[in-house]
Write a protein that binds this ligand. Structure first.
Ligand code: ATP
Ligand code: MG
Length: 479
């Protein structure tokens, strides 16, 4: 298994930098660190535990002695200490590796068991020393012999009639118990190692599973090119990875739409430019055969077409600019005064039954020039699709926290199915009688200007009755 994984890693080269490898390396490192730290702590704690138990045992032996013989000690004669010790050693069976040693008048007297390790034998310095004590003693003696190790002891002087007559020494060699503890610890270490390796393998698989959608995401992203934006990531289950796939797919949808509309836009632009170029070219080719009057007419026509192209290019530039953040130059504007100015300006567009329907009162914050441009576009359309006997009315008002500007006409109207579409670039209504005249950019510019003011455009229109275009902008109170 591990061999297979390593081979796979080497084949795919980048494996060592993969997120999975890095997560695993951190996981393995941290787990190894915690195990590495916990083993010595665990060992130390176990030894402390063993020693504490041994010390408790020593104390128990002494307490047992004191409890049983306290009455005898208080009431007996000095010589009876030997009898008491004999009795105690005869009936008290010491635990494993525990030694009961008695001394009388500073001399070794008896022990249980009889054979003692060298370090606590009758002539050993430790026993000789402890035999002299007048106070209870406890301690540990380090013995260099690796077989014996450490000796823990407790020495209790026994006093009869206020005189210390003998000493009861309880000693223990905890090495055996410690060894047993070490064996147990070794087993724990082995189990931990196996668990660690198993945990690593499972973690490798789990992390792989978690990261699988990301791998699919990378593969999908790699297959996406400008010519094929149709690929999507299959969404499985829930959670962050599913959300990531969902977000990626949504982004791809937006990209695909944007890319399609960009292509459509380029098609439309080249189509719009091709017509005037063909007209200009045709006229210029015939120019040398024209008489002077025809030449003058041709030149005026060509200039007209060039003007149209110039306007077209400028409108495109304006649309591109409208997406920028610094597009607007906001200022405080007197609504009534602005409406009056626009009304005067509009009347120059053509002879119609012009009306100033309403003039809102108050100061509003907006980009004066762009609002005029938008309203002039609307007025231009109204003129285009009305006769001289038709009414074109201009109005403005402040309503529900919004400033409204509208142009109402009694012209040809717009069929319901076209009312949304005409705001798109290059689109014209199906009942447009003179399709070749406009590029179809006017309303998209109006819409872009409204949007840049965080507003929108509303249209109400009925065929043969007329249309009302309203720009609605939320009122801004501060610049
Ligand atoms: N007041 C109106 N009455 C009837 N139809 C209208 C009116 N305003 C706009 N339209 C329809 O909406 C279409 C799109 O208008 P828009 O202003 O975007 O383009 P255009 O006027 O054709 O060209 P451009 O404004 O770029 O010169 C028009 O071609 C027309 O069919
Ligand atoms: Mg227009």
């Amino acid at each position: 298994m591990i061999k297979f994984l390593i081979k796979k890693c080497l084949r795919e080269k980048e494996c060592f930098w993969e997120a999975r490898t890095r997560v695993l390396a951190w996981y393995a490192g941290l787990t190894a660190l915690f195990i590495g730290l916990s083993i010595p702590i665990f060992t130390e704690l176990t030894i402390i535990q063993v020693d504490r138990r041994v010390k408790e045992d020593l104390l128990e032996e002494i307490e047992a002695f004191v409890q049983i013989y306290s009455h005898d000690i208080e009431n007996n004669r000095e010589e009876d200490i030997a009898i008491i010790f004999d009795h105690f050693l005869q009936y008290k069976i010491p635990g494993d590796k525990t030694f009961l040693i008695t001394t009388i008048n500073g001399q070794f007297y008896n022990s249980s068991p009889l054979s003692l390790p060298q370090a606590i034998s009758r002539n050993s310095p430790l026993i000789k020393n402890l035999a002299q004590t007048k106070k209870p003693l406890r301690g540990k003696n380090l013995i260099t012999d690796s077989q014996v190790g450490e000796i823990l002891y407790k020495a209790e002087p026994i006093a009869i009639n206020g005189q210390v007559r003998g000493v009861l020494i309880v000693a223990n060699i905890p090495e055996g118990e410690r060894r047993e503890a070490f064996v147990a610890i070794l087993i724990v270490i082995k189990v931990l190692l196996v668990a660690f390796i198993l945990a690593l393998i499972s973690a490798w698989r789990m992390v792989g599973k978690v990261l699988n959608p990301i791998r699919t995401l990378i593969n999908t992203a790699q297959t996406i090119s400008e010519t094929d934006l149709s690929q999507r990531i299959p969404i499985r289950g829930r959670g962050e990875t599913a959300e990531l796939a969902q977000a990626f797919n949504k982004m791809m949808n937006r990209l695909e739409t944007a890319f399609k509309s960009q292509q459509q836009f380029l098609n439309d632009v080249s189509h719009e430019l091709r017509t005037p170029i063909t007209i200009i070219r045709g006229h210029l080719e015939l120019l040398e055969y024209n008489d002077p009057q025809e030449k003058a007419e041709t030149i005026s026509l060509v200039l007209d077409e060039l003007d149209r192209m110039g306007r077209f290019v400028e409108e495109l530039l304006l649309l591109a600019k409208a997406e920028r953040k610094d597009f607007l130059i906001l200022e405080e504007v007197d609504l009534s005064e602005l409406t009056g100015k626009m009304y005067l300006k509009m009347q120059g567009l053509g002879e119609r039954q012009w009306q100033l329907e309403s003039q809102g009162e108050g100061t509003v914050i907006l980009d004066r020039q762009w609002i005029i441009q938008a309203m002039m576009n609307l007025a231009h359309n109204a003129v285009k699709f009305t006769k001289s006997t038709d009414i074109i009315a201009l109005g403005s008002s402040i309503n529900n926290g919004q400033v409204n500007f509208w142009i109402r006409d009694t012209g040809i109207g717009i069929p319901p199915q076209d009312q949304e579409r005409i705001f798109e670039r290059f689109s014209r209504s199906s009942n447009n009688p003179n399709t070749s005249r406009g590029a179809g950019l006017g309303l998209s510019i109006v819409s872009a200007i409204a949007k840049s003011h965080h507003g929108h455009v509303e249209l109400f229109s009925q065929l043969e009755k007329g249309s009302i275009f309203t720009i609605l902008i939320p009122i801004k109170t501060k610049l």
